[in-house]
Design a protein around this ligand. Sequence first.
Ligand SMILES: *Cc1c(COP(=O)(O)O)cnc(C)c1O
Length: 413
Amino acid sequence: MQSEVFSSSHPTLAAYRHELEVQAETGRLRRCRLVSPAPGASSSMQVQVDGRAVVNFSSNDYLGLAHDARLQAASVEALGQYGTGSAGSRLITGTGPLVQVLESTLAGFKQAEAALVFNSGYQANVAILQALLTPEDRVFCDKLNHASLMDGCLWSGARWSRYRHLDLAQLEARLQKAPVAARKWIVTDSVFSMDGDYPDLRALADLAESYQALLLVDEAHATGLYGDTRSSGLCEQYGVSGRVALQMGTFSKALGGFGAYVAGPRTLIDTLVNRSRGFIYSTALPPGVWAAALEAVRLVQADCTMKSRLWSNVRRLETLLRAAGLSAFVPSGAFRSAIVPFVVGDNVNTLALSDALLEAGYFVQGIRPPTVPPGTARLRIALSAAHTETDLQGLVTALRQGVDALSVEPSPA
Ligand SMILES: *Cc1c(COP(=O)(O)O)cnc(C)c1O
């Protein structure tokens, strides 16, 4: 008699189960939580986590665009006109008109010759690096770069070197040692996803030029948030858009949608079309997703109200944390992005504090190794234009109470 489901008594499964148990013992087990909109919510940050109504401080929807009526309308219209699927990869099935407009708009947005859309940020980074790097090449990475950049470098087979976080002196020493003739890429997040800090992109561009290296900058947490003219990201803010070979970014965070792009010289974009397996061998995004992205790119350039609201929330949280005597938990140099790390250090305490906040009505995700270095487990407070003054005050009150109840000390990290 065949059973309906695969038997969980298989010895290989027992081994996996044991590994999960070991992970759980050290506070490293992860699970997906059910998060849904709170009934009668007046903002997109009011959600239900495991059935409890809370304010969401774990969302990368920094501008509140994921629930914007203008994006929804654009997406619904494209859905009606073009259907739910793209039905194939772009080289086989063809490129739709919407993605063509999106790519030319992105090129202007990022002040580049051309742009190419990818299906997600993760896929883009892996696909770009695998396409551009060979085992003869050298690639230099900040140690805290996003996992997708690490995976792309690793899987490309290139000789790679990881320099200390933001340590451009160490990067320069590494560049000096590399053969002059070798092809060199420097790869960095602009805003770092778990720390919210960023490198001096002008100094990085100087360094790249001195050693004839090319720069790839990942603007996932910066697109839509920085730059006075177009809000295109940190490259614009530093005035280096024309000195960075490839500016990569996503639609999945501040732009409130899904998917990713890379902008740069036509030669590199053509190379990617011809070589990146993630582009060649994957079905294009659905047209409704392109339409939302296009609307978001137009909106962030035309309407600064959401961006101003976000930055005033960032400043307000800084003030409130200082007034509550909690500044020591936040590394110096924070409050320059929408991501505020509240560093606890210990994995178990981090989870306990996150649970206490949830009890109090605030969803702030605890981030543990290997996502962050050992001993630097933290709450990652993600701010949004959609948060209210009441949300911020309530969060800080709950943090103070949680820290006191658990006797958590600021971690020297
Ligand atoms: C989120 C993120 C990505 C991945 O983007 P997705 O669209 O979520 O796949 C890549 N790089 C960085 C720095 C990110 O934070």
